[in-house]
Write a protein that binds this ligand. Structure first.
Ligand SMILES: NC(=O)c1ccc[n+]([C@@H]2O[C@H](COP(=O)([O-])OP(=O)(O)OC[C@H]3O[C@@H](n4cnc5c(N)ncnc54)[C@H](OP(=O)(O)O)[C@@H]3O)[C@@H](O)[C@H]2O)c1
Length: 342
């Protein structure tokens, strides 16, 4: 193991704005030297990008975000200072802000050993999307073998994780995406495919209701339009559940804010006042060591394996985020921090 330097390269979030406005690559950022009990120092191999990264940059002012601070959440890496913990030069991955840096300091509650079944590049994109899918389908919806799950947005990072997680539970999966992504979505494991660009999904499902009805609908995109939910009694079983990844507006335009207001009204109107007679819930509280271990057990069995959309060099974090912001990625966008990893 080479000597640990005192300074490092790190992408620092300096101000509110787009990634191009907010981020600066610093070469003089200190490598953490003082570790608290239970913390380790990790040499980062790769970092997986998420929409949350650019959304947080664009949303929060400096005083709420505590900038300047290193950016990035998901990663794979190698423990270089185990600090007396159980980790000794073991490969890890986890999820925590600050991983678009060469070194990161983390408590061991945030890391688990990387299964040998996936590469450091694939592992770097795993945590957030698979923890979202696991929380939605296993914790909230409690998907069981033989049930039918509809995944809205199966080509997204969260959607592909949801398809693989539902299949690992023994469910039948129907998923939507744009027609060009049909082979990709079926290749991940979807049993049936619907092209949402031909007609709105709720209209398609009203015209062609599934039999039996879905047990679970998971909106992996976070659509602000509530129509898929408000029409769901036609295609979601009475004891079924609609899980959203978060119905956040795309922007602050009037149609998006109006959709959000309609969603809030739809989910808060009680059934006796004409509300939708189906349960609606949203994914929160992603992170726990137990869930990370459960996800990794499925990875180790070869049941989960995140496809990679693209890999960017460390200097190209801004183009990486620009790819994410197109909302057209199929799979994870990875930033390679250690140039020697695959
Ligand atoms: N609640 C949480 O804790 C949590 C955690 C993680 C993520 N999220 C949220 O989940 C959402 C998805 O994240 P992600 O990382 O999976 O995103 P992503 O990988 O960037 O999503 C890209 C995909 O979205 C699809 N898409 C874009 N616009 C669409 C639309 N209007 N309708 C249907 N599909 C559309 C595209 O498929 P096509 O090209 O086929 O249209 C593309 O494959 C984000 O809003 C994110 O903030 C929430």
């Amino acid at each position: 193991m080479s000597e640990i330097p005192s300074t490092q390269k790190a992408w620092i979030e300096e101000r509110r704005g787009s990634p191009a406005e907010s981020l600066r690559l610093r070469t003089d950022w200190p490598v953490p030297t003082t570790l608290k009990p239970g913390e380790v120092l990790i040499k980062v191999q790769a970092c997986g990008l998420n929409p949350a990264g650019y959304k947080i940059m664009g949303l929060f002012p400096n005083f709420l975000r505590g900038r300047p601070l290193p950016s990035g959440m998901d990663f794979s890496g190698v423990v270089v200072d185990a600090n007396g913990t159980e980790y000794s030069n073991r490969l890890c991955k986890s999820t925590k802000q600050g991983t678009l840096s060469e070194y990161v300091r983390l408590p061991t509650s945030h890391i688990v050993p990387r299964p040998s079944t996936i590469t450091p590049l694939a592992a770097a994109g795993l945590a957030t999307v698979y923890l979202t899918a696991y929380t939605a389908l296993v914790e909230l919806a409690q998907v069981e073998a033989g049930q039918t799950v509809f995944v809205y947005g199966g080509s997204s990072g969260v959607g592909l994780a949801a398809i693989q997680t539902a299949k690992a539970r023994g469910a039948r999966v129907i998923s939507s995406a744009s027609g060009k992504n049909e082979a990709f979505v079926r290749g991940i494991g979807a049993d049936e495919f619907i092209d949402y660009t031909k007609e709105p999904i709720h209209k398609h499902l009203l015209a062609h209701p599934p039999s039996p009805k879905f047990n679970v609908i998971f909106d992996a995109i976070g659509i602000s339009d509530p129509s898929l939910y408000t029409s769901s009694s036609a295609y979601l079983a009475p004891n079924g559940v609609f899980v959203s990844s978060g119905p956040f507006p795309k922007d602050a335009s009037a149609p998006e804010l109006w959709n959000l207001a309609k969603t809030v009204a739809a989910i808060s109107t009680p059934r006796w006042l004409g509300g939708t007679p189906r349960r609606w819930t949203v994914v929160t509280d992603l992170y726990s060591r137990e869930k990370l271990e459960a996800v990794h057990a499925l990875v180790a069995q070869g049941l989960l394996n995140p496809p990679i959309d693209s890999v960017f060099e460390f200097k190209d974090v801004v183009p990486g985020y620009e790819r994410q912001m197109t909302k057209r990625a199929t799979g994870k966008i990875i930033v390679k921090i250690d140039p020697s990893v695959d």
